[in-house]
Write a protein that binds this ligand. Structure first.
Ligand code: 6CS
Length: 340
């Protein structure tokens, strides 16, 4: 019954997306986050630029999280062509493209978001991702970071032992279970939309997300600590339906590529500003919220426990998953050298 209802909602929303003059082309673009988020700002900038450049011949309909279901459902709709464009983050995409879970491994990306931003532009890494997406029926357009992952907890966390038995919400990619089990936690995969009530009703104790998400989803209202392990950055990808992309006239395809390039150069500043402002807002609204930044020795203890998770990942994602870790590590190292 619930599935039927949500399908009716999708049909109604998509039908409303088609409304307008009959010669108007509509590109449906779903994001995995709420209005005001990093993905939403990205999508609305994309929308404005495409609509201006096409003189209104194309309308970009942006669907925030919830309008078309969970992230898993959005990916399915992109895959089957109901959507033309969507944000697909590895945290959920890992079920369709297991190799993408390389982005979820802890202590692989740099703690410096500027290094990650450069690494994600690495041509060989992007060619690799392009091939993976094509094989699974999606087109890779770009990848970008949305800010470092921060734990919200009820109790202070400085050592892995502090996570023993903690019911830790993770995104739905299978590898995340292994990552938090390695720390002794009790991970629970949940869709994004169920995290707040899970915390409020004490069904889970902790979750992990960038600061802007912790603020706009109100997770900080039902948590006592913000813990900064600097173990991973939230990375998302922008993907397109391949049949739609191939059928676009070359000038339109070039326009999409130009706008994606332009936005790539704006996203780092956008995410850093948004995350900084949201941290300040949370601290002003809830002064009792405590911030814990793990020092190097504390990070090293988590890093040591996270290393064996790579073997689990390679077991699941195979040789190409292993190759993707190699690409990612090389790109991060080179990006680090370039910046230094
Ligand atoms: O935790 C999640 O599920 C979500 N977090 C962010 C920041 N974006 C989308 C994702 O689904």
């Amino acid at each position: 019954m619930r599935a039927r209802l949500s399908w009716l909602v999708v049909v109604a929303v998509l039908a409303s997306g088609c409304a307008g003059p009959s010669d108007e082309e509509v590109w449906r673009f779903a994001i995995e986050e709420a209005p005001g988020s990093v993905q939403h700002t990205y999508a609305t900038r994309f929308q404005r630029r495409i609509e201006e450049a096409t003189d209104g011949e194309v309308r970009v309909a942006v669907y925030p999280y919830g309008a078309l279901g969970t992230s898993d459902q959005i990916t399915e709709q992109l895959h089957n062509g109901t959507l033309q464009l969507a944000m697909s983050s590895p945290g959920h995409l890992g079920k369709l493209i297991p190799e993408m879970q390389a982005f979820l491994l802890h202590f692989v990306l740099s703690p410096d978001p500027e290094v990650n931003a450069r690494a994600l532009m690495d041509p060989a890494l992007r060619r690799f991702l392009d091939g993976l997406y094509q094989e699974r029926g999606l087109s890779f357009l770009t990848a970008f970071g949305e800010g470092q992952m921060v734990w919200t907890t009820q109790e202070p966390v400085r050592r892995p032992a502090d996570l023993t038995g903690v019911r830790f919400r993770v995104m739905t990619a299978p590898l995340l279970m292994a990552s938090y089990e390695a720390y002794g936690a009790s991970p629970t995969p949940l869709p994004y939309g169920e995290v707040y009530s899970g915390l409020q009703l004490h069904m889970i104790d902790a979750q992990v997300n960038p600061l802007f998400a912790i603020e706009e989803m109100s997770f900080y209202e039902v948590s006592n600590y913000l813990v900064f392990p600097r173990h991973n950055e939230f990375v998302t990808t922008l993907a397109a339906n391949p049949r739609w992309l191939r059928a676009l006239p070359p000038a339109r395809r070039a326009l999409v590529a130009r706008v994606v390039r332009e936005l790539q150069s704006e996203i780092l500043e956008l995410q850093q500003r948004t995350n900084g402002e949201r941290l300040q807002a949370m601290q002003e609204r809830r002064p009792e919220l405590r911030v814990i930044e793990l020092d190097e020795a504390e990070r090293t203890r988590f890093e040591a426990l996270s290393t064996p998770v790579r073997a689990r990942f390679i077991e699941e994602a195979g040789p190409r998953g292993e190759a993707l870790i190699g690409e990612l590590e090389r790109a991060v190292q080179e990006a680090g050298r370039l910046g230094g």
